[in-house]
Design a protein around this ligand. Sequence first.
Ligand code: ADP
Ligand code: GLC
Length: 467
Amino acid sequence: MRIMHISAECYPVAKVGGLADVVGALPKYQNAIGAMSSVIMPLYNNAFTNKHKFISIHDSQISLGNTKVDFSVLKLTESILDFDIHFIHINGLLFKDYVYSDNDTDRFLAFQIAALDWILTLNDKPDFIHCHDHHTGLIPFMTQESFKYESLNKTPTITTIHNAQYQGWMSYENLYKLPRFNIERVGLIMWDGMINPLAAAIKCAWRVTTVSPSYMEELKHNANGLELLLRAESAKAIGILNGIDSEVWNPATDTYIIENYKKTSIEAGKKANKKWLCDQFNLDESKPLFAFIGRLVGEKGAELLPYALDYALRSKDISVIVLGSGSKDTERQLFELIPRHTGNYNAFIGYDEKLSHIIYAGADFLLMPSRVEPCGLNQMYSLRYGTVPIVRRIGGLKDTVVDIGDNGFGICHNEVSIQDIVVAISRGKDFYKHQKEFKANRKHIMSIDHSWKVSAKAYINLYNSIN
Ligand code: ADP
Ligand code: GLC
């Protein structure tokens, strides 16, 4: 079974968030159970590209409306990943030192068209085309409706919605940039007067998945305008919980962290990582350490953090570290909190993969007060590193964290509010005081299995169910 994943991100090549982690892991675990899974993504001008060598295996040109755009398909000279990966290289358009910007219409249109043009030329065509998020949302439409891709119209397409907040909207004037199709079919790509790639994918893909069962249900009531569509298409839609790459995220072997540890050495291991963090960030290691890692956006409840943390820190009995970037206002407010709570609070505004691993390893608690969380990987990483997740009951967080009050292992709250976050932190503090139970719990959470084994198989079963 040949599966081609098409995505804007893939770890370790280019990562903005969890999409990269998923696309960097799912193919590997699908291959481990006998599939032939590969990835095609844009080539960006980033650290990975600068560090590795590529060869061109295909050069051609696409039309984006009246503009001719040259592209090449590149592959790595050495196989360093556990799956084949190909890159669409378009100088000046895709090849940037960022993944996303405010105006990506032409970039991802060109990416999708070039990817399909290349697939047309392959001798061994994929049996399934698996698209991720709106950046690849027009592919299911194009394979079904564009005249030049007619030979692909029997190849099933699957779209995974990682986040329905972003839909790739573009104005109607961009219609002429799509490869020719019967204009009477234009309704398939429209939603609310705009070209909407995510809506097009939901309408045209043979199957639609999202990254947790709860989010699938939530989408029927809250999908940034696509609720009715998701209800209408629910017969072909399913939520499959993400896994984590348990080789990359393994405290026993993680090369980013300060001291490796297993369940049997958890106390010493977490202590060493916590000490390093507290030394680096001027925090008190004798207090419970609460952390936040993530994009500083409304979906993550991030704009409440400065207020909730300011309040929680008044009692001076906790340490807090924040790693994130996003909204400039929230970044500034989190930064301004540092002098107010010197010695108990610090923030690293930016993106730092290594630091994120050390925080998962060294923190006692991880905060996720998300407004929307399709799956969330942070809570699963934190479990694997013996760090207690404090989450809002929503989406994938609801599916993966059970409150200690319900015989579970984490702390859950219902609302995205300053009060709920502060109360949850306070419950964490109380739990930390009961060191015997706290230590037993962290050993327990390290062994909760969120590896890809089950979900990689669930996707294969889904492909097999298509006939
Ligand atoms: P989302 O994809 O919505 O951002 P996820 O929980 O699925 O949320 O995944 C977030 C991923 O990005 C995790 O691997 C997390 O560790 C990482 N991450 C987020 N922000 C940062 C940051 N500032 N520095 C390092 N890693 C980050
Ligand atoms: C999205 C979601 C996040 C999910 C990730 C990977 O970015 O916001 O909840 O874990 O995709 O599927």
